[in-house]
Every structure is written in C-alpha cells, then in structure tokens.
Design a protein around this ligand. Sequence first.
Ligand SMILES: [Ca+2]
Ligand SMILES: [Ca+2]
Ligand SMILES: [Ca+2]
Ligand SMILES: [Ca+2]
Length: 530
Amino acid sequence: MKKILFLTLVLIAAVSFARTPEEKSGTINILKTLRGESEGMDSEILAQKRITRPSLPYQYDTPEGNFKIHYTLSGGDAIDSVGYAHKIGDYMEHCWSVFTDSMGYLPPPSDGALGGDGRYDVYLKNISAYGLTYPGTAGSYPWDNLISYIEIENDFDGVYPNDDPDGPVAGAMRVTVAHELHHAFQFGLYGSCAAWIAEMSSVAMEERLYPLVNDYVWLIDYMLDAPEMPLNYGMGYRMYGMGLYAQYWNMVYGDGFLATVWDTMRILPDEAAVFAACELYSTELVEDLADFAAQALFVGSRNSGFFPDGEDLSDMSVSRTHTSYPAMGNPSPQPYGYGMSFTIFENIGSAPVDMAINFDGADGIDWAVRAIWKNGDSTVVFPIPIGDFASGEIRVPFANEAEMIGLAVVPDGGWTSRYNYSYSASLVPCSVAERIAPERIALRTSPNPFNSAVSISIDGHTAPIDAIQIYDISGRLVDAIELQLKGSPADDNRSSCFEAVWVPKDALPSGVYYVRLPELRISKPVLMMK
Ligand SMILES: [Ca+2]
Ligand SMILES: [Ca+2]
Ligand SMILES: [Ca+2]
Ligand SMILES: [Ca+2]
C-alpha cells in the first residue's frame, strides 16, 4: 500500500513539472520586459501589443457594468457559445466586487474609449497561456500607473486537471480571472511593480477567490525546492511558490495585509511596501517570515493541517534530518537575507526528555529563529531568543512526545548575500515541574463536508476555551459558538475535551468556512454543501 502511494506521488510531481508557469499566466514575461530584465517577452512585440488591441467581432457587456468581453464564434479564436463569454463576465464581476468592495482596492484606471468605451476589456483568444494581462499607456491616477487589458484562452483545450466541482475548464476559467484581474489592479497601483510581489499576490488570489479549484498547488513546489532564496528573488519561478506566503498573510491577517501592500505601492515600491505593511500590522518582515516558515515546514508528508491544501503540497526541502543525538550542523545551502533554512530532528525516543537547541548565526545581522514541536495536527512554535554574537538557546520541553522537532531560520541580511550559521541539539533530562507541556491539541470536525450541522471537538487543551469562531473565506466573522467541556480531564491530568455543534444560519451560502480557535491561533477549513 505504501509503495503504491509513493509511486502515485512521484507521477504527480513529474506531471506538474511538465507544465511551466508561463502556460498559466504569460504576464510574468511582460513584467520582466517592462523592467528591462532578461528572459521576458520580445520588446517589439510587447510594444505593439500595448498600443494595439486584438480585433474580435462580438462584444458582451456585463450587466454590472465593469467589463466588455470581446469574442468570436468562428475561426481559430472561436468560443463554443456566447455562454462562455457570459461565464467569463460573471467571474470577472465577482472578482472585481471582492477586490473593490470587500478588500478595498482602487479599481484600475479607466482606458477612456479604448475597446469601445471606458469598460475594462477582456479578449477571448486562442493563446498559448491560460491568460495574459497587457499593460497599456499611463493611466489617469497621479502616480506611476498603467491602463491594461486581459486576454483569456478561448476554450482551455487540453486543460490540466484541477479540483473544481464544475470541472477543470470552469476551474481554469475562474482562477485565471482571479489571477489576471489582480494583475490589472496591480498595474493601476504601481505600473512598474516587480514580478516577485506581483506573482506571489496573484497566485494567492486564486486560492482566496476560488478555494476549491487548487490549480496553484504545483506552483508552490518552486518555493519548497528553494526555500533559501530571498523573498524578492526575481529569476525563474520561485516567486510563484511564494504564493503560499501571501496565502499565509490572507489567513493570519485577513485581506487587509495584501491590500495594504498594494495600496502602499502607490508611494513606496515593492520591498518597501512589504516592510511598511508589516509595520502597520505590528510585526517585522524577518519575524513574520520566520513565523510563516515555522508553518510551511509542515506540509506534504509532514503536514500539520495549517494550510488548507497542505497535504497536497510537496515536502519542504530541509538541509538535514537528524536521527541521533547530540546532533550539530552548518547548513548548506546557506540562506540569503529573507530566505529560509530548515533542519528536522526525528527519532527522539520515548524516554522523557527535553531538547536543548543552540543556535549561532553570522555576527552583525539579525536572525529570526523558531524551534517547532510537532505531533500530528499539533504544532507549538518556540521563538529562540537571539542575544550577543547572534547566538541563542532554547529548551523544547517534552521532546519525546513530538513526532519531530523542526528548526526554521531566517537571516535579516542583504537580499543578495548568503549567511552562515551553526546549530547543535542534545537531549537533556525533562524538567517537567518547571515547564508547561506543549499541548497535543487536535481540532476535529465531522462530517466534513457537511450540509446542516458540523460537530467540532478539541482534544488535549488544558486551559478553558471559551468559544470558537467561524470565518467565511473572505475573512469575515460569521458566527461564534460556546464550547462545552466533555467529561472530566483525562487521567494524565493534562488532557481534556471540548465540543460544540455549529448549525449555520440559513442565510449563509455553501462554501468553505474556517473553524478557528482564537486563543490558540489554529483553524481548520470545513466545507458546507447545502
Ligand atoms: Ca475599454
Ligand atoms: Ca484554445
Ligand atoms: Ca484550496
Ligand atoms: Ca555568532
């Protein structure tokens, strides 16, 4: 059984990499050419496309009034029926309304009379990508902004599989609209934006707008394969993989974080906008990236359930997995500033022990370091305090009860330099009396998917939990339920069980909701199908 599973995983990975991100969104080549970087689209072709719109005979104006969808019913660019144009229009209006109404983005600048009138133009054509957003001339906002138009595939012939309940063509249409329309908003807020922040944002918008489709999952491999590269790495495809980091922002801070980054782009470019958003959310980028790293380590075969699609992702690359102690190392590849580096400690044994971890980073820069105790669905993150000589130590209690302990390291140095560090880990006698045990908290939901009610139980948490919160996918709190203590604390005196039943209000639509324990910062997606 295990062997078959392994073979299946290998096959999926092989298929994934047969596909390139340019086939999904050709906008990356445009962004690179705009900034004079290599590997982009031919600059003469782009110059032509920026001023000359495609010519298609028919137009469909969406009833909400924001889009004109251009199409043809004959020749190589033909769509199968006008219904295809209507669907694209529906998805465009849905994403437009979420971006502008729920998230507070400024709409892209008007293109005047181009394409027929001031509506945003979308052209359905037989293209070699799922979609492309072409920036045009300067827009009317008083900052560096560009008007734009979008081209979308006419039939998604040969579409790659995805998880959309309405089939892969509908899924591809939906996530292409979310991804490309976000690029259109980006051009309106900063016409010269860097590809890395543009692509990581657009990838996250696919999951944010259409969480059931999961067409982005294979893109995350490009980050999982190269965690050590800096956040703003602009070559190759790693920037798509960082879509998982933007997804983390959406989950932890809500929609406001990315909206703040993009709104700030009007006055501060790229990296500076991300620093500014972190400051506004009372964190520092290096600390925030380390908190993300502490969760991103546990996807794939190490999945902890933090990310909704965590088990469908590949494993995070780690510098080393230790199975005997004491252990030490000097990780290679060394991480860049604002890159991530990981080590795993397994096979800790059953005798009660703590794990003492020492860290020593290159002097002269700041480091953000996390030790993560992990067992099943439970993770407990221990920030390692860093002192003189960029070194620090921590004791992770009850190491023997962990399935593994992870070390996640992020240097706060220059984006183009690598930084050296060393660590050591040893098993030391358990000092139970002085310490609080990491809690093996399990948040369970059943049935999932559900239609009228879902039972929620929490095992293994000692302190009383007052309530659980239910969020919809736009990050809106839709309900809060009180928890009941079930039975008495179990015999080891540290474990108890709370439970509740959530009966959604009639007005709530089918879709994904998040069950969240606010005190513990854990959440779990549930799917309501009425
Ligand atoms: Ca127009
Ligand atoms: Ca086609
Ligand atoms: Ca998903
Ligand atoms: Ca040092």
